[in-house]
Design a protein around this ligand. Structure first.
Ligand code: NAP
Length: 242
């Protein structure tokens, strides 16, 4: 069977993506780091909607933990492969660069960029042998335009976009597509400390986006209909920036 692995699939945008991909008929592997309760809730929501899900906790920024988790999963699923990979796990540690500590910089880069690398290089082996795959990387508007107070996050997301374009050219001939999605403000735990009333004045749509709206785009990119879209960055931001 063809599985979908969603990193950071337990909450927010990742949870909505798990629900969407499961509704499209894919068994989903829900990755998370520490919040098991949220992951269990997501698994139950997928199952309640008639889908299939399993949990696979690991820290995406720990290369050994990634290798072990993927190897264990493959050993437990000798007939199956991960045909859809959504690199969604991400964190932010916002502060002006003049105040930024090494950890603020490194943790954000490690999660978004190194996490993408550690997982993707393992998962593409199965995709290459099956000559089938969809990789969708969760970038951000910050990775396109840059955002004050987010030099770490903007750098990580911009680098992820560069890696998306490079990898798309490496493996596109094997019927594997690699694309990035760049959301603006989406209502999740990550943005709960932002005052929507202040920010929405800048957004032509007049509101934050919903995780389900991002999940709909990811679902399309994961579908057969998107086979000819490769190496692209697709914005979803209510018109905030074009
Ligand atoms: P969120 O609600 O904070 O959820 C983050 C998810 O990532 C959780 O499932 C969390 O698991 C997981 N995670 C964090 N660090 C991890 C690690 N080292 N290893 C494994 N899992 C890890 O975030 P979100 O708003 O849904 O954001 C999802 C993605 O969209 C991120 O890449 C973010 O940068 C991007 N994005 C978000 C927005 C927005 O406005 N929300 C805008 C643009 C881009 P635990 O709960 O176990 O920690």
């Amino acid at each position: 069977m063809k599985y979908a692995l969603v990193t950071g699939g337990s909450r927010g945008i990742g949870r909505a993506i798990c629900l969407k991909l499961a509704a499209m008929g894919h068994p989903v592997i829900i990755n998370y780091q520490s919040n098991q309760e949220a992951a269990e809730e997501t698994k139950q929501a997928v199952e309640a909607a008639g889908g299939q899900a399993e949990l696979l906790p690991f820290n995406v920024s720990d290369s050994e933990a990634v290798d072990t988790a993927i190897e264990n999963w493959q050993n437990a699923h000798p007939e199956d492969y991960i045909g859809i990979l959504v690199n969604n796990a991400g964190i932010r540690k916002d502060t002006l660069m003049i105040f930024m500590q090494n950890n603020d910089w490194q943790n954000v880069i490690n999660t978004t960029l190194n996490g993408f690398f550690y997982i993707t290089r393992r998962v593409i082996k199965g995709m290459l042998s099956k000559r089938d795959g969809r990789i969708i990387n969760m970038a951000s508007l910050s990775g396109i335009k840059g955002q004050a107070g987010q030099s770490n996050y903007s750098a990580a997301k911009a680098a992820l976009i560069g890696a998306t374009k490079a990898l798309a050219q490496e493996i596109g001939s094997r019927k594997i597509t690699v694309n990035a999605v760049a959301p603006g403000f989406i209502a999740t735990d990550m943005t709960k400390d932002f005052n929507e009333a202040d920010f929405k004045k800048m957004i032509p749509a007049g509101r934050f986006g919903k995780p389900e709206e991002v999940a709909a785009l990811v679902g399309f990119l994961a579908s057969d209909d998107a086979a000819y879209i490769n190496g692209e960055v697709i914005s979803i931001n209510g018109g905030l920036y074009t």
